[in-house]
Ligand binder design. Structure first.
Ligand SMILES: Cc1cc2nc3c(=O)[nH]c(=O)nc-3n(C[C@H](O)[C@H](O)[C@H](O)COP(=O)(O)OP(=O)(O)OC[C@H]3O[C@@H](n4cnc5c(N)ncnc54)[C@H](O)[C@@H]3O)c2cc1C
Length: 288
């Protein structure tokens, strides 16, 4: 074709129709902060761009019966400033505040961050620790939900089908929202892709860990849950010895590579150091 045609659906139904009609040749564009650079570098050359950035149905944050729902087109800036997110899932608000810079956060969406499936995506570890579900929809295929843990299959690869779009991301309000921590290590403090990132959510009662959900970014081909570390913490009193021993087990859950930002050995070491720090922070937050 040689040029890219721009389509602006008026509602979700239009979007699903457009996606089906352009199957294999059309790409959803939300904030464009990943897609436009990829098009400039000719990594992607879609014949059609389907712009979702003004779709009201995709940009709501709501809470009902303890379930938080975030429309896929919600911007990172709106997530960072949402009262619902700040009070019910502060680790996600924290990750949003640390993504990119103000210009990027005003354009970038949570759906684009997840659909791009970068191992370094900032919203992925907190959403994994919150056990988020993604809602995918397609014309003719209806709606299905996929646990985020099953969504990523590798770097920039997911189980999403060609004609599907992410409509929303949902999770249950954690038992103790304050007992959480998100730590991102980059090569500098702002405007940096993570070298290692860790997200921790704990349910702690009288010093004992009833539930632990832990996830990391930039230490494997996809953002990962640290199931071994979670097991090592659950049912135990969260003292320094238990935290140290469990955090050291993280090397069994990760498989970092060396790249321009850090060596595999550095990432392995840093993952357990940051994890210890994050577990301590999560344990002590909200304690009067
Ligand atoms: C300068 C700069 C700094 C950055 N810093 C960070 C950072 O610190 N941390 C970080 O994690 N990322 C960072 N990014 C990457 C990017 O900004 C984020 O991943 C952002 O969230 C992408 O969202 P978007 O709406 O712009 O996605 P887009 O570029 O619009 O889309 C990305 C991909 O997702 C698909 N997509 C979008 N929405 C949907 C949907 N609803 N359903 C199905 N598919 C969809 C698109 O088709 C496309 O393939 C940075 C980018 C830049 C340019």
């Amino acid at each position: 074709m040689g040029y890219t045609e721009y389509i602006k659906p008026k509602n979700l139904n239009d979007l699903l129709n457009n996606k089906k009609e352009t199957e294999g040749r059309g790409e959803v564009i939300a904030g464009g902060t990943n897609l436009i650079p990829q098009m400039k570098e000719k990594v992607k050359s879609p014949d059609f761009l389907i712009d979702v950035c003004d779709l009201q149905e995709l940009s709501q944050i709501s809470e009902e019966n303890g379930m938080i729902s975030i429309g896929a087109g919600t911007t990172i800036a709106d997530i960072a400033s949402s009262e619902i997110i700040k009070s019910k899932s502060p680790i996600l608000a924290s990750a949003a505040r640390q993504l990119g810079n103000p210009l990027i956060r005003n354009r970038a969406t949570i759906g684009g961050n997840i659909a791009d499936a970068s191992p370094a995506a900032d919203t992925a570890p907190p959403l994994l620790a919150l056990e988020a579900l993604l809602y995918l929809e397609s014309k003719g295929g209806g709606q299905r939900d996929v646990p985020l843990d099953k969504f990523f299959t590798g770097p920039n690869q997911t189980v999403m089908k060609e004609n599907e779009v992410i409509t929303r991301i949902c999770f249950r309000e954690p038992a103790s929202p304050l007992h959480g921590s998100y730590i991102k290590l980059g090569l500098r403090n702002a405007m940096a892709i993570s070298v290692v990132s860790v997200a921790v959510m704990l349910d702690v009662k009288e010093g004992v860990c009833r539930k632990a959900r832990i996830a990391l970014g930039s230490v494997a081909p996809k953002p990962v849950r640290a199931y071994g570390v979670e097991k090592g913490l659950e049912g135990k009193e969260l003292n320094r010895d238990v935290i140290e021993a469990s955090a050291n087990e993280v090397i069994k859950d990760i498989s970092p590579i060396s790249d321009i930002r850090a060596s595999a050995a550095y990432r392995q070491h840093t993952a357990s150091v940051l994890l210890k720090r994050a577990i301590l922070e999560a344990r002590d937050r909200g304690v009067k």
